[in-house]
Design a protein around this ligand. Structure first.
Ligand code: AMP
Length: 221
C-alpha cells in the first residue's frame, strides 16, 4: 500500500472562515499522519497562556485583523523546525497574504508541496454557520448550535466550556471575510498556476467532502 507519510505529504487548506476548514484540516492531517498546523489555534493557545505575545495577538484577533507577516513567518519557521513536521505537514490559516505566500514558497523551495485544497462555500452560508459556531475552550472541538443567544454549554468530549469565539461576532466576521476576499483569495491563482489547487465544494456532508478530497490527493501523491 502507498505510504504517504514516507514521502512527506505537504498540504495547504484554504477556505473562508466558516467553510469547514478546521474540520476538514483535522481529518486530512489524521488520514496522512501529519501535524495539523493551524495558525489560528496556535495564536489562541498563546492568548490563553496569557504571554506578552498572546496579549498582543489578542488585540489583532479580537478586531478581526491579521497579525503582521514577519510575526507569522517566525511562528511558521519555528513550527516547521519541530521534529514532527519533518515528514510533512498540513497548513490551516497560512498563508493569508501575498507576503506570507512568498515566505512559504521560499520555505518549501527544497521539498515542494503536494496540494492546496480550497473549500468553496458561499459568503451567506458562512455568515450563518459562524454565528452558530461554538468552540470548546479546552479541547477545541467545534459545535454548531441552533440557539444563537451566545449561551454556553459543556463539551461532550472533555467537559470544557463550549462558547462563542470573541472574533465570531458579526462585525469581526464581516471584517475577516473582507480581508479574505482582498488578501487571501488572490493567492489561489498562484497555487492554480502551479497545478496544486484542488477546488472543493464545501457545502454538504462533511464525511463525503473529506472522502472526496482524500481520493483526489491520493491520486496525486
Ligand atoms: P483563524 O482561526 O484561522 O480564523 O484565525 C483567527 C485569527 O488569528 C485571524 O483572524 C487573525 O487575527 C489571526 N491569524 C491566524 N492566522 C493568521 C495569519 N496567517 N496571518 C495573520 N493573522 C493570522
Amino acid at each position: 500500500m502507498n505510504d504517504p507519510t514516507s514521502k512527506g505529504v505537504r498540504l495547504v487548506v484554504f477556505g473562508r472562515q466558516g467553510a469547514g476548514k478546521g474540520t476538514q484540516a483535522t481529518r486530512l492531517a489524521t488520514n496522512y499522519g501529519i501535524p495539523h498546523i493551524s495558525t489560528g489555534d496556535m495564536l489562541r493557545a498563546a492568548v490563553k497562556d496569557g504571554t506578552a505575545f498572546g496579549m498582543r495577538a489578542k488585540e489583532y484577533m479580537d478586531a478581526g485583523q491579521l497579525l503582521p507577516d514577519d510575526i507569522m513567518l517566525g511562528i511558521i519557521e519555528e513550527r516547521f523546525g519541530e521534529p514532527d513536521a519533518v515528514g510533512g505537514w498540513l497548513l490551516d490559516g497560512f498563508p493569508r497574504t501575498p507576503g506570507q505566500a512568498a515566505d512559504l514558497q521560499r520555505l518549501v523551495s527544497q521539498t515542494g508541496m503536494d496540494a492546496a485544497v480550497n473549500l468553496e462555500v458561499p459568503e451567506e452560508v458562512v455568515v450563518e454557520r459562524i454565528s452558530s459556531r461554538r468552540v470548546c475552550n479546552e479541547c477545541g472541538t467545534i459545535y454548531s448550535v441552533s440557539d444563537s443567544s451566545g449561551a454556553t454549554q459543556k463539551c461532550a468530549k472533555c467537559g470544557g466550556v463550549v462558547e462563542q469565539r470573541a472574533d465570531d461576532t458579526e462585525e469581526a466576521v464581516r471584517k475577516r471575510l473582507a480581508i479574505y476576499n482582498e488578501q487571501t483569495a488572490p493567492l489561489l491563482d498562484w497555487f492554480r498556476a502551479e497545478g496544486l489547487l484542488l477546488e472543493v465544494d464545501g457545502v454538504g456532508d462533511p464525511d463525503e467532502i473529506s472522502a472526496g478530497i482524500i481520493a483526489e490527493i491520493d491520486e496525486r501523491i
